[in-house]
Design a binder for this molecule. Sequence first.
Ligand code: PXG
Length: 294
Amino acid sequence: MKIYIDGQYYDEKDAKISVFDHGVLYGDGVFEGIRAYHGRVFKLREHIDRLYCSAHAILLKIPLPPAEMTAAVLDTCRENRIRNGYIRLLVTRGVGTLGLDPNRCKRPSVIVIADKIQLYPPELYERGMAIITVATTRNLHSALNPAIKSLNYLNNILAKIEANIGGCEEAIMLNAEGYVAECTGDNLFIVKGAQLLTPPLSSGALYGITRGVVMQLAAEHGLQVGEPQLTRYDLFNADECFLTGTGAELVPIVKIDGRVVGSGKPGPVTKALVAKYHALTQVSGEPISLPDSK
Ligand code: PXG
């Protein structure tokens, strides 16, 4: 595997950054997780936009314009002959001193990794997943806004650990007011009658790219899409529930904190949206343009 670091490709074993990089010292940086399907990068513009918005929010000036970043992602896929895979894009604050001051960091570093994807087992999609609410609440937006996809993911990691201790692969995170925000690396949706509901961004949810796609597909499917504040009660009494994310796509949720959701099986609306989402991933995206011989 070849890793892109600041305009050059390195073998995996040589792909290294400094221990003085503030990305390592302080989690000072931003990232994206992107999918490629059938030789195309899905929703690349949206991911690039979100990366620059995250960077803007932390006053991190990405050293190349979005068009060059886009080209770097596509080129890294070509370099690794990736047709289907997972792309991790990150920008660190760069090499600085041991002190906090980001002004000491002269140049941010850009890293692109294009790899095979680790998928959840297919049974999970057929049977659905059980999840639990965890004690760790989402970061306050007045402290570290969860809309920023920063390299400081400890809030999410702590919640993930609690999920694992509780025997689950994902967790519901509430915000400080007790409203549902999202999962540790996925957004959350419920179906109630003809409505598709997901927590608003102000709840502490990430502005998920998959979330946006699913909301659009649902509207086209004739569902009424809304973003009200949701409580655990709303989730327990939903007809259907699922989570969304670039890696996970759509995963049906059939049990929450021991309460069976709906029929206890993946529901018809979830299945219809899964089919629509898969269909879209097969036909859209930025072409990687791999030569046929490769
Ligand atoms: N919420 C959070 C907190 C996320 O980090 C999503 C929702 C889904 O967003 P997209 O744009 O992908 O639909 C994410 C992104 C992992 C992993 O390995 C997942 C994400 C990021 C990093 C790692 O599960 N998800």
